[in-house]
Design a protein around this ligand. Structure first.
Ligand code: OGA
Ligand code: FE2
Length: 536
């Protein structure tokens, strides 16, 4: 342990300049695959260490056996034994040199290779923040996709390839993370799950007393006093001397008695207050509710009548010479706002190239802080992204031209191609792509006006979750590799179309790659002339 510490301090001193490379693993699967390889390397060097230690022990064992026989014979008849001059000589030699050599062998440290490998790799390890982030992602998924704790713990998720389950210890850990976030709802769920798995006989180092301690507190925090008392009683059965539990029990009894009194004389104004907070809560919920429902594939607001007017067609980019002989497949996804999907619009090879170009540059996506106007990271946008310019690769340039040909819009005023990767739990909560009237400075430095339209390529399928949803209108668009969707964010008048508010649902299983192009107003004057009214 102490040895490790010394190495660690040394490593920190030596290697600190490199450690800035560490950034939010859990947001992107790309960086997590590196960790898997790191772990594989470590296992290899751990096995080498075990082998070295085993062969050392083997040598020692042989020596011990040889000496065991020898000393046996020698002690039975010491004088006869030493009467042989060779035996006398060998006894001198053994004691003078061979035992010393054996001592060195016993003291020899075989762990050098493994420890130095650990030291090198450790700088790339996730930290506490990553662990908490990954745990919070799990809790977020649980809410969005209405997953019950037991299902999640047993790993019964749709579309998973490698089933994996949580131990009671893992559940306890998740509960503790929720607890430190003052999220007592999830604390209760996960502590209860840990307890359940222990009650079912799972062998674990997790301790029921600790679990009950957290659980009763979480239950108490959520106002269920009698359940909190029941749990504390259970704790005291296991550990009658538990100081906090004994204290809590007295406190609960006191509160219980006080509440009974208060109930008798509760006033109308309190009721009023309660109702008001309830209304406030409900006011906040709708968009979040709609968003989460759409993510689960519920609450689509399409009528059969409107559905009938959605078509698919071959599209030649309005007689664009590049597409007349080979038009592309186009599908209406939604009518209002109009969202169209292009099929087979980016090839697997192009996708691989774009991903390879982006990978080394992926960093945590940022958003504009409305107060400071600066770019920051935010919990509502969890993904990694990178920007690719048309100058750096013929593939990117070809993709830009394709977008120009098929939208009829000038891409020279557009932003560079943004590539985004969402890991498990990665999401982008409801937002507008355009800048609202009250944020005139948002795209000022670009000097190309507002974001008139969005083009979004899906560069992977997603095993579960990860839809793009439009909560205002009840639309969801599911990722499908090789396709792209397109919509206008602004009316021809230049007004923002609020019905385009959209979100990227959290990825439940698998990972999601997209790339998007935000087209701007400048350059479109003759391509999409403006009008005076937003209705035209
Ligand atoms: C965006 C966005 C949607 C998605 O990056 O602005 O809305 O499905 N993405 O990734
Ligand atoms: Fe967006």
């Amino acid at each position: 342990m102490a040895f490790n510490k010394i190495w660690y301090t040394l490593a920190l001193g030596l290697l600190l300049p490199f450690s800035y490379a560490h950034t939010d693993f859990f947001t992107s699967i790309g960086h997590m695959t590196d960790l898997i390889n790191t772990e594989k390397d470590l296992v290899v060097s751990l096995k080498d260490y075990i082998k070295a230690e085993e062969s050392k022990l083997e040598q020692i064992k042989k020596w011990a056996e040889k000496l065991d026989q020898l000393t046996d014979t020698a002690t039975k008849d010491p004088e006869g034994f030493l009467g042989h001059p060779v035996n006398a000589f060998k006894l001198m030699k053994r004691l003078n040199t061979e035992w010393g050599e054996l001592e060195s062998l016993v003291l020899k440290d075989m762990s050098d290779g493994f420890i130095s490998n650990m030291t090198i790799q450790r700088q790339f390890f996730p930290n506490d923040e990553d662990q908490t982030g990954a745990a919070k992602a799990l809790l977020r998924l649980q809410d969005t996709y209405n997953l019950d704790t037991d299902t999640l713990s047993r790993g019964n998720l749709p579309g998973v390839k490698h089933k994996s389950f949580l131990t009671a210890e893992d559940c306890f850990e998740l509960g503790k993370i929720a607890y430190t976030e003052a999220d007592y709802y999830h604390t209760e769920l996960w502590m209860e799950q840990a307890l359940k798995q222990l009650d079912e006989g799972e062998v674990s180092s997790a301790d029921k007393v600790y679990i009950l301690d957290y659980l009763s507190y979480a239950v108490y925090q959520q106002g269920d006093l009698s359940k909190a008392m029941m749990l504390t009683r259970r704790l005291l059965e296991l550990d009658p001397e538990h100081q906090r539990a004994n204290g809590n029990m007295k406190y609960f009894e006191y509160i219980m008695a006080k509440e009974k009194d208060a109930n008798k004389s509760s006033t109308d104004s309190e009721d009023q207050l309660e109702k008001e907070t309830e209304v406030k809560k409900k006011d906040y919920l709708p968009e979040r509710r709609k968003y989460e429902m759409l993510c689960r594939g519920e609450g689509l607001k399409m009528t059969p009548r409107r559905q009938k007017r959605l078509f698919c067609r071959y599209y030649d980019g309005n007689r664009n010479p590049r597409y007349i002989l080979g038009p592309v497949k186009q599908e209406d996804e939604w009518d209002k706002p109009r969202i169209v999907r292009f099929l087979d619009i980016i090839s697997d090879e192009e996708i691989e190239t774009v991903k390879e170009l982006a990978k080394p540059r992926l960093s945590r996506a940022t958003v504009h802080d409305p107060e400071t106007g600066k770019l920051t990271t935010a919990h509502y946008r969890v993904s990694k992204s990178a920007w690719l310019s048309g100058y750096e690769s013929p593939v990117v340039s070809r993709i830009n031209t394709r977008i120009q040909d098929l939208t009829g819009l000038d891409v020279s005023t557009a932003e560079e191609l943004q590539v985004a990767n969402y890991g498990v739990g990665g999401q982008y909560e409801p937002h507008f792509d355009f800048a609202r009237a009250n944020e005139p400075d948002a795209f000022k430095e670009l000097g190309t006006g507002n974001r008139i339209a969005t083009w979004l390529f899906y560069m992977s399928d997603v095993s579960a979750g990860g839809a793009t949803v439009f909560p205002e209108v009840g639309a969801s668009v599911w990722p499908k590799k090789g396709t792209a969707v397109f919509w206008y964010n602004l009316f021809p008048s230049g007004e923002g179309d609020y019905s385009t508010r959209h979100a990227a649902c959290p990825v439940l299983v698998g990972n999601k790659w997209v790339s998007n192009k935000w087209l701007h107003e400048r350059g479109q004057e003759f391509r999409r002339p403006c009008t005076l009214s937003e209705l035209e």
